[in-house]
Design a protein around this ligand. Sequence first.
Ligand code: SAH
Ligand code: F3S
Length: 452
Amino acid sequence: MFQNASVKRVYVETYGCQMNVSDGELMEGILAARGYEIVGNPEEADVVLVNTCAIREHAERRVLGRVSQLNGLKRENPDLVIGITGCMAQRMGDDLLEKAPFVDLVMGPDSYRSLPQAIGGLDNKPRERKQLAVLALQSEENYQGLEQRRSEGPSAWLPIQRGCNHRCTFCIVPYVRGPEKNRSPEDILKEVRGLVKDGVSEVTLLGQTVNSYSLEDVDFPDLLRQVARVPGIRRVRFTSPHPIDVTPRLVEVMAIEDAVCEQLHLPAQSGNNRTLRRMLRRYTVEQLLEKIEMVREAIPDIALSTDIIVAFPGETEEEFRDTLRLMHRVRFDDAFTYKYSLREGTPATRLPEEDFISFGEAQTRLEELIDVSRGIRAEINQDEVGRIEEVLIEKHGRHKGQLLGRTRRNKVVVFDGDPALVGEYRRVQLERTTGATFIGTEIPGSVAAVRA
Ligand code: SAH
Ligand code: F3S
């Protein structure tokens, strides 16, 4: 096939959270709008961008390994441009260029608008190329007016907010993504309507503390209601809310609006008040439990998930037991569990050295927490066997003839069905569970049409 030599081919590889996945789509959109061709693997590319995460040391180590692999490609193709974007690029900046001299570009999350100029400005002759770092945090940048390049399908991630105004003492996000910046409600709603035209019926609103969103007299409950009422939108989710902004108004909108799914990811981090205070989470266990009670009262069928950190510096064994007690008390449908990871530049690094908990001790706590949370998840899911759920089919399953989708409560279901059904809604009876996912059977018969 004729290949236009002036068209540069770009491959974007993303690590980390949904916000980063969405940023990867944004970078692809920005470059595609400038005539770049987006390709599906690094071997075909003239430019490889590794879109990185800095949330834990483990995430960064994985990226460093991957980047040195890419250097192998560069030995075969010396013209190849390697760029590192995202939170780790922002955090390490020039250090990264020093550590990895074959990297041509580092760019932080607020600078993607200038990606085409940055790549275009790199010298064509690799020997004369100078490494470039674009790292300014822009307190106004919310990427208004730019289009993400989304893969086809019924679901879309929709960033409504960037950055974070909190200062949880363990967390690097405020330092690499800057303060909270919200997108205008008109812009968001326009995008939702455009997505519906492209066949999207499920959107997930994204932000670091998504429910603190507020702009032009529109707060998060208002926005959620408006998105839920866009004709053609059948499912709305949002992640991650901060517990302090789970208000009666938000819960009311969640309960009343049909499109808002019966699902809430509510990061608890710990079940101990002294730890929560030292993490600067701004709520107590009692307040968290009240919020959860309020949500469950209004939406009895809601599925709750959470994030927990074990072995925060200074956490005693007894304080860790409080977290286990919280898990037993709330019975989350799912939990994402982490060992505390020291992030240079965050307030927790200044805690006394003797407070830091050994790897082995932290690992033991993590394993116990995982056991407890998986046990609870399996019990809850076992109780749900027999239910008939509406499933949005996302893709083919691992085995031939198998489909994979999610219920409104965000549970994964696999079942046998026609491969052409990807993107559609079907009713599925849950037959059994592995503990984490369900195996089901399609129930013949119609599924209510999307509201027009
Ligand atoms: N509010 C954000 C939080 C992003 S970080 C959101 O949108 O989800 C996701 C999770 O990573 C946090 O909830 C926390 O549980 C965990 N985490 C953050 N910093 C961490 C650290 N230094 N060590 C271990 N886990 C961490
Ligand atoms: Fe991080 Fe706390 Fe913000 S976890 S993203 S500082 S709410």
